[in-house]
Design a binder for this molecule. Structure first.
Ligand code: GMT
Length: 378
């Protein structure tokens, strides 16, 4: 198939999922065309079957806000013609589903180009449900030839907020070969020079991630055992978390690593992942950690209970309960057998439920279905 994929290229998990999906599809012999304003960060190298088409943005003084969605729709139409696209896959409803709809309508006189929209989270729970975006989000997702959500929780929220219950759940996925525990003694020694236990957090440090809770948890945990914390990623909450660590007097034991390219190495070098989010429609970093045999302590929020099995692959606690987070961390980190058991169960669960071998064919089937339907009915 010739597949067009649009993602937000620089920020967030939806871009990662869309990019990794494209790579997996290309490996399975499809031609994948990424259409966006920048090359998605995870795609520093493009394979033979992957192409990138940059949306041209025209910065005209009249436009205080350049209309990206219109430029995107125009680019999609151009790529659809040149590359004979069979299907479009838009990640994140706003404004991508709208651009998919516009492109399909513009191109209709030539050919019907079906588009699939995958909902990722705040496109439904935060942005799309705001008064200013709700009508256009409701319209655009209803126009999609197929609609998927990455968790049952998000499908439920879509049904509740938009009255659109025709949402298929296709979960996020993991390439179990790339995400596997690989001992990297040099990295581990650098992060824990005195043999401490190591906690890890991975995110884009937005308020919803509650990264201060990682610092509170570490401070409480250190009353019981010697531990450090590595914070991977960057974002608006970083400064506040750095200050909090200084206030606790533990700044030397909190490492702000920034964006790291080899995240599987960091996860493998760590003993426990903390995900204290306010809400999370899936929690990709939790899945990546489990695939690397690293147990997870997360909040009982959004779709996280579908990813982290409470008491098996880690623990779930209430949002903001850093005391419980610290207690669970002590429980896991002071019992080597439990730590190993949870790590192994996490890996097995990640592979049996979320492996690319299981999830990617679900997208391939979906594309075939909408292409087939478009061929017969339009
Ligand atoms: O919805 C967002 O916050 C943005 C989105 C993104 O692009 O980072 O994150 C969501 O999509 C990820 C990939 O599918 C999920 O793993 C995240 O759980 C989800 N974030 C939230 O729901 C807060």
């Amino acid at each position: 198939m010739n597949i067009g994929i649009t993602v937000f290229p620089t920020y967030g998990g939806s871009g990662i999922v869309g990019s990794e999906l494209g790579r997996e599809l290309a490996e399975r012999g499809h031609n994948v065309h990424f259409i966006s304003y920048a090359l998605p960060t995870r795609l520093c190298r493009l394979d033979e079957r992957m192409r990138f088409h940059q949306v041209d943005l025209f910065d005209y003084p009249l436009f205080e806000f350049p209309p990206y969605d219109l430029a995107l729709a125009s680019k999609i139409v151009e790529v659809a013609g040149n590359e004979k696209l069979d299907v479009l896959h838009m990640h994140y409803a706003i404004p991508h589903a709208t651009a998919g709809f516009l492109a399909r309508e513009m191109y209709k006189s030539t050919r019907y180009l079906p588009f699939v929209t995958t909902l990722h989270g705040t496109d439904i729970t935060l942005v799309g449900s705001r008064k200013s975006f709700l009508p256009i989000t409701r319209f655009s997702i209803a126009q999609s030839d197929a609609l998927t959500a990455i968790s049952r929780y998000l499908a439920g929220e879509t049904c509740r907020t938009f009255g659109n219950c025709a949402v298929e759940v296709i979960p996020n996925f993991i390439n179990a070969k790339e995400y596997a525990r690989r001992e990297n003694q040099a990295l581990r020694s650098r992060l824990t020079p005195n043999g401490e236990k190591l906690l890890i957090h991975v995110s884009n440090f937005r308020p919803v991630k509650r990264i201060n809770d990682c610092i509170h948890t570490l401070a409480r945990l250190r009353e019981r055992l010697s531990a450090r914390l590595v914070m991977c990623g960057d974002g608006p909450e970083r400064e506040g978390a750095e200050k909090l660590a200084r206030d606790y007097g533990i700044a030397d034991d909190v490492i702000f690593a920034g964006q790291v390219p080899n995240i599987a190495d960091y996860l493998s070098a760590s003993d426990l992942l903390l995900m204290p989010s306010d809400t999370e429609s899936f929690g990709l970093a939790a899945l990546e950690a489990m695939a690397c045999e690293t147990p997870v302590i997360a909040t009982r929020a959004g779709g996280l209970p579908e990813v982290v099995l409470d008491g098996e692959t880690g623990y779930l606690v209430e949002v903001g309960d850093t005391q419980a987070m610290a207690e669970r961390a002590v429980e896991i980190l002071s019992d080597e057998n439990k730590w190993r058991r949870m790590g192994a169960r996490g890996r097995a669960w990640a592979v049996e439920r979320f492996n690319t071998e299981i999830v990617i064919p679900q997208y391939e089937k979906l594309y075939e279905r909408v292409i087939d339907w478009a061929g017969k009915n339009r």
